[in-house]
Ligand binder design. Structure first.
Ligand code: NAP
Length: 256
């Protein structure tokens, strides 16, 4: 049996109708997990679930709409996951927002609260809702999508970076608090990835070529660059790893 095998495991993913979340869900399903994929748009989820099921040749993906910014919506998602697939073994808290581009000193209270609520608080809600499932089974793995934006200040994406650094702090603390129950928490920190979320940053004439020259692996990231990491973090292959922030950026942001 492969140490990456996820047969019989139940995974719940937010932000998984497209982009990195979709590719992570597909990777988990390809390795045997049942995946409940979530986003706000049921029609997109139905298309995404069918694509995963067609790829793996089995009914392993189910789409359940939920908005991460509302606690009751997340609770309904967890309840529906239980109904469809049973107790949850793997969480991928991937949905995030960036409603504001500009200096942190000028952000409105509303935009600040929206960013922190979606990128930090919602993941705490999700972790709290699912932890009892994992504790009852003696373990589980949760991973949350942060960003390399957490590692340095920015005059345009500062609040987003603050929220993603707070998310790493949340992951670290939950790893300490719930480690004794066998529940692992890790953060994933992508560099610039070619998704709709970051389209403003890369989809302009000449930008991709220019930015790629500064990246050791000489390209921007693609959503499917995250499938392997999700499988690794979800599986026994990473069974002694918790409380970490793992950077996936082609080398654009190296440890120093
Ligand atoms: N792309 C990058 O360069 C980059 C870099 C660093 C970190 N990240 C992080 O990566 C994560 C995923 O982004 P991505 O680039 O893969 O984006 P994406 O391809 O645009 O996908 C975003 C997903 O999140 C869902 N979503 C958005 N708001 C939501 C909400 N309030 N509730 C539930 N679902 C919601 C979207 O579907 P609906 O709109 O239908 O809800 C979609 O499924 C985010 O946390 C982002 O901060 C991205």
């Amino acid at each position: 049996m492969s140490m990456f095998d996820l047969t019989g495991k139940v995974a719940l993913l937010t932000g998984a109708s497209k982009g990195m979340g979709f590719e992570m869900a597909k990777g988990l399903a390809e390795n045997g997990a049942t995946v409940i994929i979530s986003s706000r748009t049921q029609e997109d989820l139905d298309v995404a679930a069918k694509a995963i099921n067609d790829a793996v040749g089995a009914q392993r993906a189910h789409g359940v709409a939920a908005n991460i910014v509302h606690e009751d919506s997340l609770q309904a998602l967890v309840d529906k996951t239980h109904e469809i697939a049973g107790p949850i073994d793997i969480v991928v808290g991937n949905a995030g927002v960036n409603p504001y581009y500009g200096p942190i000193a000028e952000i409105t209270n509303k935009a600040y609260e929206r960013t922190m609520n979606a990128n930090v608080q919602s993941n705490l809600w999700l972790a709290r809702m699912v932890a009892p499932d994992m504790a009852a089974k003696g373990g589980g793995s949760m991973m949350f999508t942060s960003s390399i934006g957490a590692f340095k200040p920015s005059d345009t994406l500062g609040t987003y970076g603050v929220s993603k650094l707070a998310l790493i702090g949340l992951v670290r603390n939950l790893a300490m608090e719930l480690g004794p129950q066998g529940i692992r928490f890790n953060a994933i920190c992508p560099g610039l990835i070619k998704t709709d979320f970051a389209r403003e940053l890369w989809d302009k004439p000449g930008i991709e070529e220019k930015y790629s020259k500064s990246i050791p692996l000489r390209r921007l990231g693609n959503p499917d660059d995250f499938a392997g990491l999700a499988v690794f973090l979800a599986s026994d292959a990473s069974k002694y790893m918790t409380g970490q922030a793992l950077t996936v950026c082609g080398g654009s942001s190296m440890w120093s």
